[in-house]
Design a protein around this ligand. Structure first.
Ligand SMILES: [Mg+2]
Length: 187
């Protein structure tokens, strides 16, 4: 009965904020220039906007799940202060080889697997056909493609070194999130 929503799935590190390794404290959050503006443009264009992020630093013991949630809250506060918002932040704290149970496990949510995207799709009634995944890593492109999304690739973060590893060709490659979003909204 309810309408389906078009959505953008964004990676976090190297896409919205700088990827400085494993971010383990809120004061390490540094926004990539233009990324809050990009989220604002997407919201104004009627997209739901979700973050889909691998955070194996939890499994590896670099930071706790509580700290991860604090970091995400602080990031979102900055986004709210910028006059826009995210519709959800979905993270995978697992790793198949590192850490201890329950974080050490073969999960279905660590990108390139699709568990987190599928969860957001279900919880928010997302129309896959009108939706996109954007990120700086080959696993983002694969997760997006595996979930049936069109993908956009970024040269921020790990983008430069990951570009040759991307198997599923994105519909567009951009120098950063804002450029990617402007391109997408001009189509
Ligand atoms: Mg990334």
């Amino acid at each position: 009965m309810s309408d389906k929503h078009k959505a953008i799935f964004l990676d976090r590190d190297g896409t919205i904020i700088e990827d400085s390794g494993y971010i383990s404290r809120p004061d390490q959050i540094k926004f990539i220039p233009g990324s809050i503006e990009a989220i604002k443009l997407l919201k104004e264009a009627g997209f739901k906007v979700f973050v889909i992020t691998n955070q194996s630093g939890v499994a590896r013991g670099y930071f706790s799940e509580d700290m991860l949630q604090t970091i995400d809250k602080v990031m979102h506060r900055h986004i709210l202060n910028g006059g826009t918002h995210l519709d959800g932040i979905y993270y995978c704290p697992h790793h198949p080889e590192h850490g201890v149970y329950p974080y050490k496990q073969e999960c279905d949510c660590r990108k390139p697997q699709t568990g987190l995207i599928k969860k957001a799709v279900k919880e928010h009634n997302v129309d896959i056909a009108q939706s996109f995944m954007i990120g700086d890593h080959s696993c983002d492109m694969e997760a997006g493609a595996n979930a049936g999304l069109k993908t956009l690739f970024l040269l921020t973060g790990h983008g430069e070194k990951e570009q040759s590893k991307v198997k599923h060709k994105p519909i567009h490659t951009a120098k950063n999130l804002l450029e990617a979003v402007k391109w997408l909204l001009a189509q």
